[in-house]
Design a protein around this ligand. Structure first.
Ligand code: SF4
Ligand code: SF4
Length: 300
């Protein structure tokens, strides 16, 4: 039986899955005796929207931000890549941790907003859409669980500004889930597909140049409104997710220009004919093989 597909590595603490209505007892507040303990030993996966928020906050290009503040990792063997925060040199603490707390608080990443809740986007292999469940992560160093406040996960998500963060990274989660749930049937993505995934999801400023290039513009039919919207990182990111559905899964999410569509149809037709030729040659070889065997058997 196939299990749920969970896109991100789980914490060593095995979580019990709960729904958004589930109430947790938790509060993080300035002055608590574990202040900053959670930010002293980090393992934070960034969503593409996190990257956009942080690179804007720091006034960097996406390329500079990725180089200086992140490390890439493989979400699965030979699979697509993710990025994590790079901790301080020679240590495990977050580079934005300060005595006053988080130095990028209003742009802090999704994982920091969720803590101590974890989002588990899942898709069962027999389901067409993904579902969100949650898990509570209880670590000894975090004393927020001892505070006298109960709150539903739904209300906690609102409090932490998460609906916007989740919505703007949904396309990325869907790509990761789809890749995982299609498993070996799709095979490992080519190096080129993995590079495109990394660029389109994380290095948005390079993706903008890629989209503006003649080689892209001559293939894809984009409206003027779409082209104008690409000045905005968030709009471009949503387009990037559409583009990747086409690249990774062959879905027709972006219309092709007439010439390119014709060329694509010709290429498909040629490929189909080649496959038919190969299949016919295989049948012929098998028939010849068995005829040879028959000749041997009846030789006198
Ligand atoms: S970004 Fe802020 S909240 Fe997140 S680990 Fe760093 S200091 Fe802590
Ligand atoms: S209560 Fe938990 S989340 Fe808040 S500072 Fe302490 S360890 Fe971090």
């Amino acid at each position: 039986m196939s299990g749920p597909q969970i896109p991100f590595p789980q914490s060593p603490i095995v979580p019990a899955m709960v729904e958004a209505s589930h109430e947790i007892r938790f509060q993080c507040r300035r002055g608590i005796d574990c202040w900053n303990a959670c930010c002293s030993n980090i393992d934070i996966t960034l969503t593409p929207y996190d990257v956009v928020r942080l690179k804007r906050r720091l006034g960097l290009s996406s390329t500079q931000f990725l180089r200086d503040y992140t490390v890439p990792y493989e979400m699965e063997k030979d699979g697509i890549a993710g990025v994590k925060f790079r901790p301080v040199d020679g240590g495990t603490a977050c580079r934005f941790m300060g005595a006053e707390g988080c130095g990028v608080y209003s742009d802090r990443p999704t994982a920091c907003r969720y803590y101590p809740v974890a989002l588990l986007s899942m898709r069962k292999q027999d389901e067409a859409t993904d579902r969100d469940s949650y898990a509570l992560v209880k670590e000894d160093h975090c004393h927020g669980h001892l505070e006298p406040r109960t709150i539903s996960i739904a209300a906690y998500r609102e409090e932490q500004g998460l609906p916007e963060y989740d919505e703007l990274a949904r396309g990325w989660r869907q790509l990761v889930l789809k890749k995982k749930s299609s498993g070996p049937s799709l095979g490992a993505p080519s190096l080129r597909s993995r590079q495109l995934f990394f660029m389109a999801c994380y290095d948005i400023d390079v993706f903008r140049e890629f989209v503006a290039a003649e080689s892209f513009q001559s293939v894809f039919a984009l409206t003027d409104e779409e082209q104008r919207s690409f000045a905005d990182d968030v709009a471009l990111l949503q387009f990037a997710f559409r583009f990747l559905k086409q690249v990774l899964f062959g879905e027709q999410t972006i219309p092709l220009k007439e010439e390119a569509a014709k060329a694509r149809q010709e290429a498909l037709k040629a490929r189909r004919m080649e496959e038919e030729r190969e299949a016919a040659a295989r049948v012929l070889n098998e028939e010849e093989g068995s005829a040879d065997g028959a000749d041997e058997g009846f030789d006198d």
